[in-house]
Design a protein around this ligand. Structure first.
Ligand code: NAD
Length: 724
């Protein structure tokens, strides 16, 4: 059996329990580790010869939280069992807190989630003064709450309003801040030595402050005017931020509100019940499945073609130093390799390099990089007009104008100076990869590498395989995405690929609603209420309505309008986009005019009044639920079509792509998890009803009908777990 924890006793009779989980990338609260910890702690706590116990870690980090694999396995439990497992941990921590033997946390590195909760249960805490070490309770991001006393001890230390800010956002607390709050008692470079002297020096209190009769909460007292203000304000703010879609921050608030009015023991039981309710819910499952497992698997390149050696990048070429190319250059340089940024003129190339330098200067200003690091990274980018500079590159990505002819020329010029195994990536947003690859002498090395704007910020990269793209080229593209610390999904070629194609249905549905006489404000608010990051009109303004317009008309030219209509394309949506771009000449935010008006800082002020005039409300009562369904179902249906056509080959790719590509309502876990959450038979019935009322675009693909008929699921493993 591998060792997870060790313990030792020094000459002063102080026991030290050290977390050091062999075979794990980090210290986590796994089932086995907790058992080992409990056994060691109980042994030393009940040994009269021991003066005190120090809990620490031999790793860089202290403990970074619960083992998510363990949590995931608990999804098969009944609620009562989840609750009892939760209470087992909570009571162990409470035992540490109330035991006569002093236990001190020597927090030598990051203490997150359950790791921070364990530290808070110790009656004295020493934290490392190492730069960057942090404390935090990130459970909310997985749709959960800190269920081992975190919602109780933190507010008892720093007050309800401060604690809510950490608990409901998952943000981190640095050492100095923690010291200022009294969350830790001291900072030290040798945390174990300091913890031991705290025990020997009698600094560890006999009871936790909240177990003293005289204890009063810091800041707002229960039922005081400040208390009411805190909770009324926080409730309203959360409602605004989450639109009521995320139950975890609300339950966290309930834990703080009710828990602080109870004894610690009762409060822990209340917290446990709230944890269980969240744990059993759909949101936690969805967020864990896609946000944790799905994304991590993508980041680990689990779907990378097998048997191809890892690519060692030394030089990457980027052609086109515009908005996208310069952003790609910044990310590539940050990934640690040399970048050749090529454009048609010296001025254009220099502008791109300037963009890179400005970006890193902003990172310095925000404290994310040291000035010398920023200079070093930016210096990796060479601006040029000379193709010769691409010699020796493993990969080149073009981000020139969206024009087949220009892209073809650029492809050929690059191939002329690069090796036979050099991979050429196109950042085209719409042009099918197979067609673009026709210009290449080595089409097997041609692949789509689709970034999202703003490149530096957006986490996803969609890799598109053309008909002739080789496994080797796909592997190189995936290695590259890993190099720049983004998340890849690999899809097959299709018009609009996967992400743009599905995302487009959200705004198209909004255009349909406008033309039906649904007020623009209602359209926007319902869009946001579904959990999408923005209303559809604001979103298309940001992306560029003119781009959408151009893509639509190109598609019409190539596919034919009749064919599109026969497949369900709504003519009324086309009228809206033609009106705003052609008649009203409002291409979107970049021009300071779109569906919205913009101030001098280019921020939205209000919806352009003419939109109301052109599309007045029909005055009919609004069925918000149906509008929400239209927004979400239409995206899910298009995704199912992508799966049916083999554009997307796995449900988890679709889910990860939708959340990290265009921000599809994360609490649903992505487009396919949304269908699963609704339930396949129910979803199908709703599609049928929507198709009947609104037309063919809502018709569900045959694949879904077949799956429903056979009782299948996109995530059969979980069904198997649930049925056990
Ligand atoms: P942009 O107009 O900002 O930049 C294009 C750059 O390419 C310009 O600097 C231009 O001088 C340069 N260029 C043109 N012809 C060239 C040639 N023959 N050789 C070298 N350089 C040349 O455009 P952008 O928004 O950065 O878009 C670039 C590509 O990325 C397009 O294919 C676009 O569809 C795609 N894309 C854009 C977005 C977006 O949101 N802007 C998102 C994803 C993909």
């Amino acid at each position: 059996m591998t060792t997870l924890l060790t313990s030792s006793i020094d000459e002063n009779a102080i026991a030290t329990i050290t977390w050091d989980m062999a075979g794990h990338p980090m210290n986590v609260l796994s089932e086995e580790a907790l058992e080992a910890f409990q056994a060691l702690w109980t042994k030393h706590a009940n040994d009269d010869a021991i003066k005190g116990i120090v809990v620490t870690s031999a790793r860089k980090e202290f403990i970074v939280g619960a083992d998510i694999n363990m949590l995931w396995k608990m999804r098969r439990y009944e609620a009562a069992k989840v609750f009892s497992e939760n209470q087992r941990l909570s009571l162990l921590f409470r035992d540490i807190e109330t035991h006569k033997k002093p236990t001190v946390a020597a927090i030598n590195g990051d203490a997150l989630g359950g790791g921070f909760e364990l530290a808070m249960a110790c009656r004295y805490r020493v934290m490392t003064d190492k730069e960057g070490a942090k404390l935090g309770l990130p459970e909310v991001m997985l749709g959960l709450l800190p269920g081992a006393g975190g919602t109780q001890r933190l507010p008892r230390m720093i007050g309800a309003s401060e604690a809510l800010q950490y608990l409901t956002t998952g943000k981190n607390m640095r050492a100095q801040k923690a010291l200022g709050f009294g969350v830790v008692h001291e900072l030290a470079s040798d945390t174990v030595a300091a913890a031991k002297s705290a025990i020997l020096g009698g600094k560890v209190p006999a009871k936790a402050p909240w177990d003293e009769k005289s204890f009063a909460l810091p800041k707002e007292q229960p039922q005081s005017p400040e208390w009411t203000q805190t909770f009324a304000g926080a409730g309203a703010m959360l409602r605004r931020q989450t639109q009521g879609n995320y139950p975890s921050p609300m339950r966290i608030m309930a834990c703080v509100y009710h828990g602080l009015q109870l004894s610690m023991d009762k409060a822990l039981s209340y917290e446990g019940r709230q944890f269980t309710a969240l744990f059993m819910g759909d949101e936690a499952r969805n967020l864990i499945r896609t946000g944790w497992f799905g994304r991590n698997a993508a980041n680990r390149l689990e779907k990378r073609p097998k048997g191809i050696p890892d690519t060692q990048f030394t030089k990457v070429g980027i052609i086109g130093a515009g908005v996208m190319g310069a952003g790609i250059a910044s990310c590539t340089a940050q990934g640690g390799c040399d970048v050749v940024l090529l454009d048609i003129s010296d001025e254009a190339a220099a502008r791109g390099k300037q963009h890179v330098e400005d970006y890193f200067a902003r990172q310095v200003k925000k404290g994310r990089l040291k000035p010398e690091e920023a200079l070093k990274i930016a210096a990796r980018v060479t601006a040029t007009t000379d193709y010769k500079a691409l010699e020796g590159a493993q990969l080149t990505i073009e981000a020139v104008f969206e024009d087949r002819g220009i892209k073809a020329k650029v492809t050929q010029s690059t191939e002329a100076v690069t090796d036979a195994d050099h991979v050429f990536g196109s950042n085209t947003s719409t042009l099918p990869i197979t067609g673009l690859a026709e210009a290449a002498d080595r089409p097997e090395n041609f692949i789509g590498i689709h970034f999202f704007s703003p490149v530096e910020k957006m986490p996803l990269v969609e890799i598109i395989r053309g008909e002739k793209t080789s496994d080797k080229a796909a592997a190189v593209a995936m290695d590259y995405v890993k190099l720049i610390s983004k998340t890849p999904i690999v899809v097959n070629d299709s018009r609009g690929f996967y992400t743009s194609r599905v995302f487009g249905t959200y705004t198209r549905e909004a255009f349909c609603m406008l033309s039906e006489g649904i007020s623009p404000a209602v359209v926007e608010n319902v869009g946001k209420a579904t959990g999408m990051p923005m209303g559809p009109l604001e979103l298309i303004d940001m992306v560029g309505i003119d781009t959408g317009h151009k893509i639509t008309h190109e598609t019409i030219k190539e596919v034919g309008w009749e064919t599109m209509v026969a497949k369900g394309e709504p003519a009324k949506a086309l009228e809206v986009i033609d009106w705003i771009v052609e008649d009203a000449q409002r291409p979107g935010q970049k021009a300071g005019k779109g569906f919205y008006e913009y101030d001098e800082k280019n921020k939205t002020t209000r919806i352009w009044p003419e939109v109301y005039a052109k599309y007045p409300s029909n005055g009919a009562p609004v069925d918000v639920d149906e509008l929400k369904k239209r927004f979400l179902h239409i995206q899910a249906i298009e995704t199912l079509r992508c799966m049916e056509e083999g554009v997307v080959t796995a449900a988890d790719d679709a889910d990860v792509g939708s959340i990290f590509g265009w921000g599809f309502a994360p609490f649903y876990g992505g487009v396919i998890s949304y269908v699963e959450t609704v339930g396949l038979p129910q979803f199908l019935a709703e599609c049928d009803a929507l198709a009947e009322k609104h037309g063919k675009r809502f018709e569900a693909p045959q694949m879904l009908r077949d799956m429903v008929a056979k009782g299948e699921s996109f995530y059969p493993d979980e069904t198997a777990v649930a049925a056990e």
